[in-house]
Ligand binder design. Structure first.
Ligand code: GDP
Length: 362
């Protein structure tokens, strides 16, 4: 699962991406992740994993990670091939969701491509590029469906569905807000950019970050995002890189000084995880405590398959205790004594925060 960081030039994308790289999870532990300078991996903050780790003192603690891709170079006119337009749009196509960075700070030393700070105009500019790129794709799809309909009438419906969407996009509106047809569900092969879920990262200066709601730019972004049902996360790209290098107490003190409970990056990572419909289950032991990423709704054997395909193939059952139950008991042995470790079968839907031991045949 990958998120693409997009936004106009000079809004703070690279600065935020550097923070992600600084926070950098140890890549050796994540062989499935892409090795690419434009891809950054970041740990998903998880207090439950921290607690488990305190309990077991394992040799290794391995958090869940998500990947962010720095997609620089999206400018006005990209859908028309301006700049390296099409290449960047292609990069966005490879992602599962979009983090759209919006400039909410004034700084005469940092040139704004449009001459002034205006986050809503910037949001619309980027959104419109994505819509324009989609329009081209949708037009092609309509033509193809119409041709196919000559041989098979069922394609008439497809042509009609996409004509409806075309009119919607033609009004400058994103595919994700199109409700007449559930395009993602009906046509899962259709990779539209403006269909991808989005989070807005409002990049504030230090002062604004401490109290985002007092910043008119931030309020404007919130209002615009609310109209799309999208979330806004306040970040201070300049500070995030520094914060990302701090640990535990130091980090807490730094954030206390700023008057915020959490770093923008931590909030962004958590929100991205939720946006993608992801949850974590945990494994614990003296060697390793680890959080594993699954899509909400995953059943036990497939969840086991995240650890190793043998676990899925030879799945017998899952021994599951909820995080809350384990904490209430204090130790795994006490939880077992109280009968709080459940034995779950193939149909069990794994829950966020489940602590699991898989039994399997080799
Ligand atoms: P990108 O083109 O979107 O990747 O933007 P950069 O991350 O390269 O940032 C452009 C400039 O804005 C750099 O000089 C950054 O130091 C500066 N910048 C980024 N975030 C902030 C911020 O929160 N406040 C201020 N004042 N400057 C920032």
């Amino acid at each position: 699962m990958k998120l693409g960081i997009v936004g106009l030039p000079n809004v703070g994308k690279s600065t935020l991406f550097n923070a992600i790289t600084n926070a950098g999870a140890e890549s050796a532990n994540y062989p499935f992740c892409t090795i690419d300078p434009n891809v950054g991996m970041v740990a998903v903050p998880d207090y439950r994993l921290d607690k488990l780790s305190e309990m077991y003192h394992p040799k290794k603690t391995t958090p869940a990670v998500i990947e962010f891709v720095d997609i620089a170079g999206l400018v006005k006119g990209a859908s028309k091939g301006e700049g390296l337009g099409n290449k960047f749009l292609g990069n966005i196509r490879m992602t599962d969701a979009i983090v759209h960075v919006v400039r909410c700070f004034d700084d005469d030393n940092v040139i704004h491509v449009e001459g002034s700070t205006d986050p809503v105009r910037d949001m619309d500019t980027i959104d419109l590029e994505l819509v324009m790129a989609d329009l081209e794709m949708v037009e092609r799809r309509i033509d193809k469906a119409k041709k196919m309909a000559k041989g098979d009438k069922k394609f008439l419906q497809e042509a009609a569905d996409f004509e409806g969407l075309r009119d919607w996009l033609n009004d400058g509106k994103s595919a994700r807000s199109y409700e007449a047809v559930d395009i993602a569900a009906e046509y899962p092969d259709c990779e539209l950019l403006s269909l991808k879920p989005v989070i807005y990262a409002a990049n504030l200066d230090e002062e604004g970050f401490s109290d985002p709601h007092s910043v008119p730019y931030y309020q404007q972004v919130e209002e615009r995002a609310a109209a799309q049902g999208a979330q806004v996360i306040p970040v201070c790209a300049k500070l995030e890189a520094e914060i990302a290098q701090l640990d535990g107490e130091e980090k807490k003190m730094f954030l206390d000084d700023l008057g915020v409970a959490e770093s923008g990056l931590d909030r962004l990572v958590k929100a991205s995880y939720t946006l993608l419909g992801l949850i974590s289950y945990l494994t614990s032991g003296e060697d390793e405590c680890r959080a594993w990423t699954i899509v909400k709704g995953t059943k036990a054997p497939q969840a086991a398959g995240k650890i190793h395909s043998d676990f899925e193939r030879g799945f017998i059952r899952a021994e599951v205790v909820s995080y809350e139950d384990l904490m209430a008991c204090g130790t795994m042995a006490a939880a077992r004594e109280k009968g709080l470790i459940r034995s779950e079968g193939k149909e069990y839907v794994v829950q966020d925060g489940d602590i699991i031991l898989f039994r399997f045949n080799v």
